[in-house]
Ligand binder design. Structure first.
Ligand code: SF4
Length: 326
């Protein structure tokens, strides 16, 4: 059986666990094509105008899988951590997608760890039953998938970006120690599906690296570091991704090697409008150069490049004036 996984949203966190789980159960995993203008246009034509850019792109990726697979894996992500939630758009996505015609059936199992972590295995069991009647086989597949996921997070914590870590997990490249870098560090804060999708982000990470920056993101930090720093907020945020972004921003703003911060938001994102504002205030208070980029389907590449270059000039100017004590 061929299972399609759209290369969007929480793919950047959980693709290794999903892939190993399905393969252990004997299925073949097929990914949607990389994001491109064609994929985005498909999504724009079928999604409602009100949703944010990443959800419109998700429509395009799901449509890209039509005719290529037997089932599409589109879990209803409610919560991935106790007492926290994922944005409601994730919750409604399978229902919105189901209105499209010509798609294979969806595996839209609910993932809800709000009350207890063990609900993750209940979700795995529900999916596993589609492929086998053996509980042992499902349990073994689940355990193997967790082991790979642990390795994946370890690679991210070493400083790799998700596509680089996935390439190592899939044996496309060998794992090698990261070289010591003298480059200036820029913290890039945003939802994983915005910053790591090189089409949507207009290859921000690649451009920053070409300019000579070392890029640090929230995914490079362990959960405890993020949670500890997020307690700076007077009240706990119940959105997991928003909390990750605030916690990572607060951590990086206190690091002397971090010379500037870029916050990437998606147009139409409710949580971003609040977390972005808070991050900007913290960055201004810390006196670090700060750039806020809001992406939507009309964002032009030239505008992004101009703002990025101006930001980089500011970071370098600040560095030089600090070096001369002026
Ligand atoms: S958090 Fe924002 S960008 Fe992400 S799915 Fe929700 S509305 Fe869209």
């Amino acid at each position: 059986m061929k299972i399609g996984i759209p290369r969007v949203l929480l793919y950047y966190y959980y693709y290794p666990i999903w892939r190993v789980f399905f393969e252990e159960l004997g299925a073949e995993v097929v990914l949607s094509s990389r994001s491109s203008k064609g994929v985005l246009v498909k999504g724009l034509k079928s999604a409602v105008d009100e949703v944010c850019l990443p959800v419109k792109l998700a429509f395009g990726h799901v449509l890209d899988l039509a005719g290529k697979v037997d089932l599409i894996f589109l879990p209803r992500m409610v919560s991935v951590k106790k007492h926290e939630y994922i944005c409601p758009k994730f919750l409604g996505l399978p229902d919105m997608i189901r209105c499209l015609r010509g798609l294979p059936p969806l595996i839209d199992v609910s993932v809800n760890l709000h009350k207890k972590k063990s609900n993750a295995y209940a979700a795995a069991q529900e999916v596993g039953k589609i492929f086998t009647g053996s509980h042992l086989k499902i349990w073994t597949a689940y355990r193997r998938a967790l082991t790979v996921q642990k390795k994946y997070f370890r690679l991210l914590h070493l400083g790799l970006m998700p596509p680089e870590a996935i390439a190592i997990i899939e044996d496309q490249v060998k794992e090698e120690p990261l070289p010591e870098s003298e480059d200036m560090t820029i913290a890039l804060i945003g939802h994983p599906y915005n910053i790591y999708d090189s089409y949507i982000s207009m290859d921000l990470i690649g451009r920053l690296r070409n300019m000579g920056a070392k890029v640090a993101t929230a995914e490079h930090l362990k959960g405890q570091v993020v949670s500890r720093n997020a307690t700076r907020l007077p009240k706990k945020l119940f959105w997991t991704l928003g909390q990750r972004m605030i916690g990572a921003a607060c951590h990086y703003l206190e690091r002397p090697e971090v010379c500037g911060m870029i916050h990437v938001a998606a147009f139409g994102c409710g949580p971003d409008s609040m977390t972005g504002e808070l991050i900007e205030r913290y960055a201004r208070a810390a006196g670090k150069p700060f750039l806020n980029l809001t992406l939507d389907e009309h964002t032009g590449e030239a505008g992004v490049i101009t703002r990025l270059e101006a930001f980089w000039d500011m970071v370098n100017w600040r560095k030089t004036t600090e070096a001369f004590g002026t």
